[in-house]
Ligand binder design. Structure first.
Ligand code: EPZ
Length: 417
């Protein structure tokens, strides 16, 4: 298994380009299942999760034609097997996003129930509840969601909590339903909006995406389209944190500040200077960061996918920060690894109290999930001496060519096979 070896202590500097968003690309790849015409996607990142999703829809009969490194054409005209097998779903929970489109297009779907994951139980009861409200007959047998519907019917759906992929699944299903669907308490994440924009380009009738009430008028069929995936705001936030923690100065291109208000706000509170351009962000870090407390909440509040990275920067900041995680019940796995690097962190239920220390010391640490591994990379860039991060397959799920990009910013990082 690959590992990452980091020699810390180098302030990051220079320019680097951000990639397309993983969490927008995954549902948008599933949107191709809603039509028998070609869907061209641009600005698609090369990540393990994207490759998994392409294999998943490929085995259903979708043809995938690559056009260069970051663009492809999907054609679901030959869709003939509405099945998501356990072996694929167990490696990536986002596979659940095929359920709504398959049910809407094929009238049936057999999708393995995703198990839990390192950060929480993560049930999909709201996805199922919403599809049942649209008239689907759904039951679970032998670990599979078995769903049937002659044609879905529009419905008013209220999700018990804000769920990102739940909103995306129901929105996709509703595009081909009979009549009007209203999703109340909908997720407002930018990735939901990017998906809605792609669906609208395919002929869907959607209004209100980005707000907490989305209205979808079902249509008979959707057509082909071309869509460019939005920039990855979490990758962007991660590089901003890496520059901030190392006392660096960077310019990130192919991205935007638009979707990062809460993150940029906290970095400014920590003492960073940040300037936003139309497609770039410039950050200059202070000599030493100030500790910043935060609470994760659904968008537009502070994203849970940036919580671990901020725990890492608070490890070397001046003062004490309180981090409250409200979305996932087990998302502090990185804390024990950061403590191995010399951090001072106390966990108390869904609160973490981080007291900044003058420096961290390199050591061998283990990645436990995607964003936890990003926090270990940031800590390793700051730490004195060498840090070796094991199990970086977690990192490869969500960060494209990370060692290459960090090296471009002057970091001493290499992958150890
Ligand atoms: C999406 O996951 C993202 N994944 C996650 O990013 C992100 O952390 C999360 O949203 C929150 O922002 C993708 O977009 C592929 P949720 P999702 O449904 O949709 C509970 C990353 O690092 N819930 O919004 O699975 C759930 O357990 C990943 O890139 C139910 O109880 O998250 C959680 O506590 C990690 N029942 C909360 O709601 C349901 O049916 C929010 O989860 C659905 C959700």
């Amino acid at each position: 298994m690959d590992k990452l070896l980091i020699q810390g202590g180098v302030p990051l500097s220079g320019d680097v380009a951000m990639s397309g968003a993983k969490n927008a690309a995954l549902p948008i790849l599933c949107a191709c299942l809603l039509t028998n015409e070609p869907l061209r996607l641009k600005n698609l990142t090369q990540l393990n999760d994207i490759a998994t999703m392409l294999r998943l829809i490929g085995q259903m009969g979708v043809t995938v034609t690559m056009e260069g490194n970051d663009s492809l054409i999907l054609d679901a005209g030959g869709l003939n097997k509405p099945l998501a097998p356990y072996d694929m779903v167990k490696t990536m929970r986002a596979s659940i996003l095929v359920l709504g489109p398959l049910l809407a297009r094929c009238g049936e779907a057999r999708v393995s129930l995703p198990g839990g994951c390192a950060i929480g139980a993560r049930p999909v009861d709201q996805h199922i509840k919403g599809l049942q409200a649209m008239g689907a007959d759904i039951h679970v047998e032998q670990g599979y969601i078995q769903a049937r519907a002659t044609r879905l019917k529009g419905a008013r759906i209220f999700t018990d909590m804000v769920t990102v992929t739940g909103t995306e699944n129901l929105m996709m299903a509703a595009t081909l339903a009979e009549g009007e669907t209203i999703i109340e308490n909908a997720a407002r994440e930018p990735e939901v909006v990017d998906l809605a924009n792609c669906l609208i380009a395919m002929g869907a009738r959607i209004s209100g995406a980005g707000g907490d009430r989305i209205v979808i008028q079902g249509v008979e069929r959707l057509h082909g389209a071309t869509h460019s995936i939005m920039p990855d705001r979490i990758e962007t936030g991660t590089y901003l944190c890496a520059a901030a923690a190392t006392g660096g100065e960077v310019r990130l291109t192919h991205t935007a500040c638009d979707y990062l208000d809460a993150v940029i706000d906290k970095l400014r509170e920590a003492g960073c200077e940040i300037t936003c351009g139309p497609h770039e962000i410039w950050l200059k870090a202070p000599a030493r960061l100030k500790a910043v407390s935060l609470r994760t909440e659904p968008y537009p509040a502070f994203p849970t996918d940036m919580q671990a990275q901020f725990m890492a920067i608070n490890c070397v900041a001046e003062g004490t920060a309180i981090i409250r995680e409200t979305i996932f019940e087990n998302r502090f796995m990185h804390a024990v690894e950061l403590i191995r690097l010399g951090a001072n962190i106390r966990i108390d239920g869904s609160n973490a109290v981080v007291t900044g220390v003058p420096h961290l010391d390199g050591a061998t640490v283990m990645a436990t999930d995607l964003r936890a591994s990003a926090s270990l990379v940031i800590a390793g860039l700051v730490a004195q001496g060498e840090t070796l991060i094991e199990r970086i397959y977690h990192l490869d799920r969500g960060y494209e060519r990370i060692e290459e990009k960090l090296s471009r910013l002057g970091a001493s990082v290499r992958r150890v096979k």
